[in-house]
Design a protein around this ligand. Structure first.
Ligand SMILES: Nc1ncnc2c1ncn2[C@@H]1O[C@H](COP(=O)(O)OP(=O)(O)OP(=O)(O)O)[C@@H](O)[C@H]1O
Length: 642
């Protein structure tokens, strides 16, 4: 990704001049009269929620001493608070910024292309979600509590507008004033995404069209070769080689020019299916957007109705469909959902996996099989009109290598992980489609889905050997084997990768297990045996970590593995994410005593609890879940695919 906006909301924008017109007012040199409003102006000019006295002085054109006195007066009056930052000057922030914002308050940070909104209205949120990415909804620094949006390249590229003017109009409608540099950048990004286009010639072959001769000459010639383009048709058009579409998209995307794909796609033989469930409004929007773009990824939290929206999409495309899923279990579930929510004839659904190999108008196959060479016929046997990738971040490299085959179809991905967090975003974006999402908060607020505080993830045994060892063991050994199920390591890795922006603590019950996980993650392990000074130093590095920072030089830590045994006395640093890898089990009495503490080990972090499926951990987890549920904690259960 060529985007350069990796910085976070709290970053110091240093001595750079602000983008726009927030220059000091020469008439304001009477610092005694700094009002809270003038202080707000200084903060906005600084593009930070807090400021030192020197910064305020510089912005308001006064001396540091005068600003300091004036700020002290505001502190005395209770309008402003101060914070002593270790080894740094004191910073000030408005005490009642949160309370003050009973109305919506929008603050733009144009250089970082970030927008912070306190108490946004439904309208503002809907608008912003069209061209910006919701990064955070809590904010940790005083004054930034609210919604943090960032406008990334790909958000602009995928924005659903007819032209750049309409997009800039939407931007202006939510910002407090005009930011010309930001608008210019948005226009530039928009232009980039509308410079190359793929279409179908009436004779059936694919044509690449550039918006100008020089683009074809410079960009296309530099990044594409004879393998991609067969022959020029005109100064701005070229005949695309068969099977080269995926590579062309990828190469031009890497060059910063996403390609518009307006080809006539295959629809295969018609399949007559009608939806029997009424779609919710947001699901309808998903499907309409998809049909418009002919490809895309529905991104929504678990339970938000992606599968149902996908079935609606299958019905709307009306052509033969291949559905790829990560596990056999999910293949069976998909079949049930299809039957529940549509009029599909059961005889038209085929399952294609290890056991059965039945290719039908609607075929459900696993990624594993779809990636195997000897199953190439799966792709060739029918003219699939739509390929649906469930849990799209599970798509494997061998499946991607079949992209030539599936580029000519409608492509739909489903994901509960924001695509930008999976690490394979470029592949997903270019080869499958752009994210089509709803505002997650709106979904939670409308009650369609509940935001969990604790999620229990049932992890399967890694293999039969591990499972039979468990079956043969007894008592304490049995519990240890369930706790140390080797498949948990992969699951922890997945969770950490899916939340790369969060600082995480991983809790374990057994020392050996802790060391093993720490080794696998390359993170330090802290137990009762860790000397106090070492522990304190590790916690300090963890507290200092800014998980968004790209800085690889610093010795900050954003993952720690911690033993749960003897942690009572440990003053744990606050984490944003906690993974309880083991610590479920024991007697019923012990169990209820440890409820809560096991499941909610740290502050307000999002907690994932891993329980081995088919072991006593499963039952324990369910008991805890009922316990927490009664206490009003929202708990969700998820089965991890095999
Ligand atoms: N439009 C709708 N009307 C009524 N119920 C719906 C609708 N859409 C989805 N549901 C129900 O909500 C539940 C979750 O839907 P679905 O399985 O489609 O979600 P999902 O986003 O695919 O979830 P997951 O990520 O867990 O697979 C299901 O029980 C489904 O029947």
């Amino acid at each position: 990704m060529t985007d350069d906006t990796g910085d976070d909301a709290g970053e110091d924008s240093g001595g750079d001049a602000p983008d726009d017109d927030a220059t000091p007012d020469p008439d304001s040199s009477d610092a005694d009269n700094i009002s809270v409003d003038r202080f707000h102006e200084a903060l906005e000019a600084e593009e930070r929620p807090v400021a030192t006295a020197s910064e305020v002085a510089r912005r308001l054109g006064t001396t540091q001493a005068a600003a300091r006195d004036a700020l002290a007066a505001l502190v005395d009056r209770g309008d402003v608070d101060r914070l002593d930052v270790e080894a740094d000057p004191v910073v000030f922030y408005p005490r009642d910024w949160g309370a003050l914002a009973s109305r919506e308050r929008v603050v733009a940070f144009p250089k970082r292309r970030e927008i912070v909104v306190d108490r946004p209205t439904q309208y503002t949120r809907a608008r912003l979600s069209q061209f910006a990415n919701l990064v955070d909804t809590t904010g940790t620094e005083p004054g930034t509590r609210g919604y943090l949006y960032r406008i990334r390249q790909e958000d602009v590229w995928a924005a659903p507008f007819d032209d750049a003017d309409a997009l800039v109009g939407a931007l202006r409608s939510v910002l407090p004033r005009r930011f010309e540099h930001l608008e210019d950048w948005v226009r530039d990004q928009w232009r980039r995404a509308h410079r190359f286009r793929l279409s179908t010639h009436e004779d059936g072959y694919v044509v690449l069209t550039a918006a100008s001769e020089s683009l074809m000459g410079n960009v296309a010639d530099q990044h594409l070769d004879d393998d991609h383009l067969r022959a020029p048709i005109s100064d701005t058009e070229a005949w695309v080689n068969e099977g080269a579409v995926a590579e062309i998209k990828r190469a031009l995307y890497d060059a910063g020019y996403p390609v518009e794909d307006d080809r006539d796609l295959e629809t295969g033989d018609p399949v007559d299916i009608e939806l029997t469930t009424d779609l919710r409004d947001y699901q309808e929007t998903w499907v309409e957007t998809f049909l418009d773009r002919k490809s895309g990824v529905y991104v929504g939290p678990p339970g938000s109705g992606k599968t149902v929206a996908a079935i609606a999409t299958i019905a709307a495309v009306g052509g033969e469909t291949l559905i790829l899923v990560p596990s056999r279990e999910l293949a069976d579930q998909w079949r049930e959902e299809l039957l529940d929510h549509s009029t599909v004839d059961p005889g038209d659904i085929g399952l294609y996996h290890g056991g059965t190999k039945d290719i039908s108008p609607v075929t459900i196959a696993t990624y594993q099989i779809a990636g195997m060479d000897r199953h190439r016929s799966l792709f060739d046997s029918r003219k699939w009109g739509l390929i649906c990738f469930d849990e799209v971040h599970h798509v494997t490299a061998p499946v991607y290598s079949r992209t030539a085959e599936f580029q000519s179809k409608h492509r739909l991905g489903l994901s509960a992980t924001p695509v930008s967090e999976t690490g394979s975003e470029e592949d997903i974006y270019t080869l499958i489609g752009q994210p089509i999402g709803a505002d997650w908060d709106a979904l939670f607020e409308a009650g369609f889905v509940q935001e969990p505080e604790v999620e229990i993830r049932y992890v399967p045994w890694r293999d039969e050997l591990a499972q039979s060892e468990y079956a043969a063991a007894d008592g304490r050994e049995r519990r240890r084997l369930a706790a140390e199920n080797p498949a948990k390591v992969e699951e922890i890795r997945y969770l950490l990768a899916a939340h790369r922006d969060k600082k995480a603590l991983v809790f374990v019950e057994y020392l050996d297990h802790g060391r093993e996980i720490a080794d696998a993650l390359g993170a330090p392990f802290i137990s009762g045996e860790t000397p106090h000074h070492e522990r304190a130093e590790l916690f300090r590095r963890f507290r200092a970590a800014d998980s968004n920072a790209e800085d690889t030089e610093s010795d900050d830590l954003d993952v720690l593995v911690v033993s749960r045994v003897g942690d009572e006395g440990i003053d744990l640093p606050n984490a944003e994410l906690a993974v309880v890898a083991s610590g479920l089990g024991g007697s019923r009495r012990q169990g209820s005593q440890r409820a809560g503490r096991t499941m909610r080990p740290t502050g307000s972090a999002l907690v994932y609890v891993l329980a081995t499926r088919g072991s006593s951990e499963e039952e324990f987890a369910q008991r805890q879940m009922r316990h927490l549920g009664r206490k009003g904690v929202r708990v969700r259960e998820t089965n991890v695919a095999e």
